[in-house]
Design a protein around this ligand. Structure first.
Ligand code: DER
Length: 253
């Protein structure tokens, strides 16, 4: 159908433009789009020594089912950076900030993304919005179970209208557990200003007027005791996000 072919097209383009067959270590994210990335890499890779670093149980299954060889993130030799990491996203804004965590794998996704020389986010047209939280309503946050009540309260204080523990009504009664045995809290906020918005005077971005700038909010949530990771990726580890630059120099995923 149209969406699956859009995912496949985005994946094939991302691999064609970014994957170097001489790569030895490649990070593989989570979700459904990444399945097409693995298919495309399988076709393009010729190096039998290439190893793939998963970002969770489903990512590892994806690698193994494609007949590729995984290596656990904590088995990587200390000095090794990954040549490249591919992952999906739930939403991407004009500055290539991403909401991630729809698949509850955000902690290992960020570990892997920050260990890669280049991070390539593969997202079909539905994910591209002017600002984060336009279409995707919440920020996924990974929280230590014991800290959930206090983190929910702090998120309300930061301005989240109705933060909720993620439950999986179909697969399991009660809250979802991540690969780290933590819980996921989904926190709705008003659409997030970009740093460009703040520079253009569209708001202070510190939440005092109810509007947050992407990085300010990510930092404020990350500092809450009990939070392991926040599903906002922005200029991961300072590495320039791979982007198609339009003639006027602005970027689009
Ligand atoms: O959880 C994540 O961040 C994933 O990358 C995921 O949300 C993307 O999923 P999709 O490719 O199935 O839309």
């Amino acid at each position: 159908d149209a969406i699956e072919s859009a995912k496949r097209t985005a994946a094939q383009k991302a691999v064609k433009e970014n994957f170097d067959p001489s790569a030895t270590h490649v990070g593989i994210g989570s979700g459904t789009t990444i399945v097409y990335v693995v298919e495309a890499i399988k076709e393009a890779s010729t190096n039998p020594a290439i190893r793939f670093v998963p970002t969770g149980y489903q990512s590892r299954q994806n690698i193994v089912q494609a007949g590729l060889t995984p290596i656990a993130f904590d088995s990587l030799p200390d000095h090794v950076m990954l040549d490249i990491a591919f992952d999906g996203a739930d939403e991407v804004d004009e500055e290539l900030n991403c909401i991630k965590g729809g698949g509850a794998c955000l902690f290992q996704e960020k570990l892997v993304a920050e260990r890669a020389k280049k991070f390539v986010c593969v997202a079909d047209y539905r994910k591209m919005q002017p600002r984060l939280l336009t279409n995707w309503p919440t920020i996924p946050i990974e929280v230590a179970p014991i800290a959930v009540p206090t983190v929910l309260h702090s998120l309300r204080v930061l301005g989240s209208s109705d933060p909720k523990l993620r439950t999986t009504l179909l697969e399991k009664s009660g809250p979802l557990k991540t690969d780290q045995d933590f819980y996921i809290v989904d926190a709705p906020f008003q659409t997030l200003l970009t740093s460009g918005d703040v520079a253009a005077g569209k708001g202070k971005g510190d939440g005092t007027d109810g509007k947050w700038e992407v990085n300010n909010l990510a930092q404020a949530i990350k500092e809450l005791t009990g939070v392991l990771e926040v599903g906002i990726f922005s200029g991961v580890n300072g590495i320039e996000a791979e982007a198609l630059r339009k003639k006027d120099g602005s970027t689009k995923a």
